[in-house]
Design a protein around this ligand. Structure first.
Ligand SMILES: Nc1nc2c(c(=O)[nH]1)N[C@H]1C(S)=C(S)[C@@H](COP(=O)(O)OP(=O)(O)OC[C@H]3O[C@@H](n4cnc5c(=O)[nH]c(N)nc54)[C@H](O)[C@@H]3O)O[C@H]1N2
Ligand SMILES: Nc1nc2c(c(=O)[nH]1)N[C@H]1C(S)=C(S)[C@@H](COP(=O)(O)OP(=O)(O)OC[C@H]3O[C@@H](n4cnc5c(=O)[nH]c(N)nc54)[C@H](O)[C@@H]3O)O[C@H]1N2
Ligand code: SF4
Ligand SMILES: [Mo]
Length: 741
């Protein structure tokens, strides 16, 4: 029986983010004291994983210092990194477990909260079967926690259904790289970017989302290299671009087919590399024949001369790289987009060498490590496939169980929510995920959450999703437990513990281990520290693709990280993959895969004639649970605005700052207009970091890529209009009048 929903607007009022919080000493760091400790670790936010030193006084992180020696960022940090330390002692920090009541939440003891969680999950499994309960994880978690969570789902609950928020992030890239190259990791270390003669950045707002990569691109240009940017918006990195290709949202496969067409027509391909190190070239060659510059230009909105220029630069360079992020991956043909980029690199022999290769720019803090050790629905530790009998046998032997007892592959993140909506999944345990804000079609997601018979959440802030939970377990920030993450480069690095969780909050790993014991699986979870978990994870990954067998915490500290695979303790690690043209498929070759142009899942028509695309701004992070609480970050960009071109604005009589509505086939949203010349006139952009009626995900649709199961956040059909605003309501800063929470 579904439970009646609590009044969410009330909860938002009761438990919404504290915005007027000012830490003691103001928003700048407090003065240094003699007794302060410095802890070398990494930023908890994006996949760049910048080195940082946290300044700690007693049991509180009170500031930071740059860590100049860490080679990736050499002391540089972005606006989020320098403010991350303000989360630990924030007044909204959850300091004890909470149970839902008829009107909100009450504090509970750990015994009460954990007993209830274990009992309800077990009851639901007894009543409806093991797969009636699902687990959701996250790629901000250190790898020890994601390994633990995968084992927890398979052994303590015995459910097939565990997946994670990285499913919304870059699984299209992972799927494409596995299909073409046999491994889901970036081919190049970032230092290679500086060596490239040409770099294409496709679908990434590098300056706002990966600020430190900007520096690598600048150095590449200082060395004489050329930068090509592919984006429907002229984002800040375009100031340094030599060529800008204003692609229509959703049309990257066609654009890269067009570029490859020119490369082949002009004979710029690397025939020797293709012959010796690849398969499948002929089919791709045949397919791109139809994508001549004129047809490509019509489909993509990029002028034919620009397509030719990009092809010539890329095709004649000795070392060329193509970096891509969510702009090409968040599509129902995200895998095709990625494959089209890889095909271009393979055809020109740009891979396995310094300054040459396709590379995905990793989003989440542990976006890479989070998809290596078994919190994906189809995965066992070491990036092994759960359907592979040898992988099952090996991991089962490490865990001390029979291979047959391991569940098979389950649903992906969005499919789990759909199964909840259908009533097939009844119970959910979620950590490090805020699906109500971050999944598409938020109205549908809210309905699903309200149907759950039991919902437990582990977080350190009360996210909007947690408003729907029965139990909220007060977990830990990254700096409150010790472990490893794998940065976007493929470099495994050490996260050091700075402080204990405050109040009566617990480390996430302690919560999961304790739950496993209460579910009767204690003998398989005899961990007393995250180091114990790491040591087991090393063994479980041994021989897998992401082989950590030779990694020790001590080596990571001493060597400033290690690039996997590291099969033995004497092994130096593998910064650059595929050197000498050796690929990870059984035949040792790279595989060309035809990337066919397909329409998106929410096509434009007369009623919805514009593209809506969504993404980020520099000062906010993901669903905003963390950054919407940090005053100076909020001040930089307090609420969503819809970016539109002056021509489009004029057509609708909208001036900068006016309230406007954006309507899709699902919902309508009212927000201020941000009139800018830097966007295509047929495209609207809204950042997605806010909940409730400020949520861009009310508007997005649920179509998934059939292979990666990523949602199509980057392209919905919409129409716009000037908002019908009641007299007296001014636009700027007045959005709260129209849309709560
Ligand atoms: N400040 C900040 N930084 C972050 C994050 C954050 O939330 N805030 N999140 C981190 C995470 S998890 C991620 S995944 C990354 C995301 O990093 P990015 O992918 O760089 O960021 P997005 O804003 O999602 O989208 C990137 C760009 O894609 C463009 N785009 C939209 N549609 C298309 C299309 O069809 N084709 C092409 N070629 N481009 C298109 C958009 O205009 C946008 O400029 O950022 C990471 N870093
Ligand atoms: N429309 C639209 N939607 C998008 C995107 C888009 O571009 N457009 N981008 C998508 C992408 S790329 C991503 S990555 C997702 C992200 O979507 P989410 O993963 O839902 O976003 P987060 O804000 O990271 O939510 C994580 C939650 O976990 C908590 N948390 C963080 N670290 C820890 C930890 O160490 N332990 C515990 N216990 N909790 C933790 C935070 O407080 C937060 O409540 O959003 C996706 N949604
Ligand atoms: S670039 Fe990413 S990792 Fe570096 S400080 Fe900014 S958010 Fe943190
Ligand atoms: Mo992401």
């Amino acid at each position: 029986m579904a439970k009646p929903p609590l009044p969410v607007e009330d909860l938002t009022r009761l438990y919404g983010p504290t915005l007027n919080y000012t830490p003691p000493g103001g928003w700048t760091q407090s003065a240094r004291h003699a007794g302060d400790r410095l802890v070398k670790t990494h930023c908890c936010f994006c996949g760049q994983q910048c080195g940082i030193q946290l300044r700690v006084r007693e049991n509180e992180v009170i500031g930071f210092e740059p860590w100049d020696e860490f080679p990736f960022n050499r002391g540089m940090l972005c606006p989020k990194g320098v403010k991350r330390y303000l989360q630990g002692a924030h007044p909204d920090r959850l300091l004890e477990p909470m149970l839902r009541t008829d009107t909100g939440f009450r504090k509970a003891s750990w015994d009460e909260a954990l007993d209830l969680t274990a009992r309800r999950l077990k009851q639901l499994q007894d009543q409806y079967g093991r797969d009636a309960v699902a687990v959701l994880g996250g790629a901000s978690l250190i790898s020890e926690k994601s390994y633990l969570l995968g084992k927890f789902a398979r052994l303590a609950l015995g459910t097939r259904h565990i997946d994670y928020n990285g499913r919304l992030c870059m699984v299209s890239a992972g799927t494409g790289y596995k299909l073409a190259l046999g491994v889901d990791r970036n081919p190049n270390p970032w230092a290679d970017i500086r060596e490239a003669q040409v770099v294409i950045v496709a679908g990434s707002n590098v300056a706002e989302c990966f600020p430190i990569t900007t520096d690598y691109l600048w150095r590449m240009r200082d060395n004489g290299g050329k930068l090509i940017v592919v984006d429907p918006r002229r984002t800040p990195i375009c100031r340094n671009a030599d060529l800008y290709l204003p692609v229509k949202p959703g049309m990257d496969t066609a654009l890269f087919a067009g570029i490859l067409h020119v490369v082949l027509k002009e004979g710029l391909e690397d025939r020797a590399f293709i012959a010796n190190h690849t398969t499948g070239f002929e089919a791709v060659e045949q397919y791109v024949k139809q994508w001549d510059p004129r047809r490509t230009a019509e489909a993509t909105g990029v002028p034919p001369e620009a397509i030719e220029k990009a092809a010539r630069w890329f095709g004649t360079a000795e070392r060329a790289m193509a970096l891509h992020a969510r702009g090409v991956e968040h599509h129902s043909h995200g895998v095709e987009n990625v494959l089209a980029i890889i095909n271009l690199c393979l055809a020109t022999g740009n891979i396995g060498r310094p300054g040459a290769g396709p590379n995905m720019i990793t989003g989440q803090g542990n976006g890479q490590g989070g998809r290596e050790h078994g919190q994906k629905c189809d995965q066992l530790p070491g990036q092994r496939h759960i359907d592979d009998p040898a992988a099952r046998a090996y991991v089962a032997s490490v865990w001390g169980v029979e291979p047959e007892s391991l569940p098979t592959a389950g649903y992906t993140a969005m499919e789990i929510l759909e199964a909840i909506h259908r009533g097939e999944i009844k119970g959910l345990l979620s950590i490090c995920f805020n699906p109500l804000v971050s999944l598409p079609d938020a109205g549908y997601i809210r309905e699903a959450l309200n149907k759950l018979e039991f919902f437990g959440i582990i977080d350190f802030f009360l996210s909007e999703t947690a408003h729907h939970a029965d139990v909220v377990l007060a977990g830990s920030l990254q700096e409150e437990e010790e472990g490893v993450v794998c940065s976007g480069e493929g470099r495994v690095i050490k996260i050091n513990k700075a402080v204990d969780p405050p109040g009566n909050a617990w480390g996430d790993s302690r919560i999961i281990v304790d739950l496993a014991r209460r579910l009767g699986a204690g003998d398989k979870f005899k961990f007393s520290s995250t180091r114990d978990i790491f040591e087991e994870m090393r063994v479980a990954s041994k021989g897998g693709t992401a082989d950590y067998a030779g990694i020790t915490w001590e080596r990571l500290e001493k060597e400033m990280g290690l690039y996997w695979p590291v099969p033995s303790e004497g092994h130096p690690g593998t910064p650059r993959l595929f050197e000498g043209g050796h690929f990870k498929h059984p035949d040792g070759k790279a595989h060309f895969v035809v990337a066919e142009v397909r329409p998106g899942g929410d096509p434009l028509d007369d009623s919805f004639p514009l593209h809506l695309t969504t993404g980020r701004v520099v000062s906010q992070f993901l669903s905003g649970t963390q950054t919407r609480r940090i005053g100076p970050l909020v001040d930089q960009y307090p609420e969503p605005r819809a970016e539109i071109h002056p021509e489009l604005a004029a057509r609708h009589g909208i001036a900068n700052g006016d309230l406007m509505t954006v309507t899709t086939r699902r919902a309508s949203m009212t927000l201020p207009a941000f009139v800018v010349r830097t966007i295509r006139p047929d495209t609207v952009f809204i950042p997605y970091h806010w909940p409730g009626r400020k949520s861009a995900n009310m508007l997005t649709h649920r179509t998934l890529d059939p292979r990666s199961k990523i949602p199509e956040f980057k392209s919905s059909a919409c129409r716009i209009g000037k908002a019908d605003v009641p007299d007296g309501v001014k636009a700027n800063g007045q959005l709260n009048v129209l849309g709560g929470g």
